[in-house]
Design a protein. Sequence first.
Length: 114
Amino acid sequence: QVQLVESGGGLVQAGGSLRLSCAASGRTLSSYVMSWFRQAPGKEREFVASIRWSGGSTYADSVKGRFTVSRDNAKNMVYLQMNSLKPEDTAVYYCNTDGRSWPWGQGTQVTVSS
């Protein structure tokens, strides 16, 4: 059974940075496009960023230039470096395959104060 565990969230002031981590167990993620999603209170879960096995990445327009997704296939990990954070980035952040095909983890809360 595949399991995803996100970590690294917290409370940060606007303009600050956080680095999120996603650990996968039960399956090797190296052959998958892995993505980060987020869900703010009262809103639908939305796409944030994705990274292909080769390292090529795609970003939502709202985070382009501020967030960087990376992966370490040897460690079965995916990361999201978030810089220049804004209050509107406040959400629970999740990782999953690009097709959302694995069970969701518990997510990690990111709160950005103004």
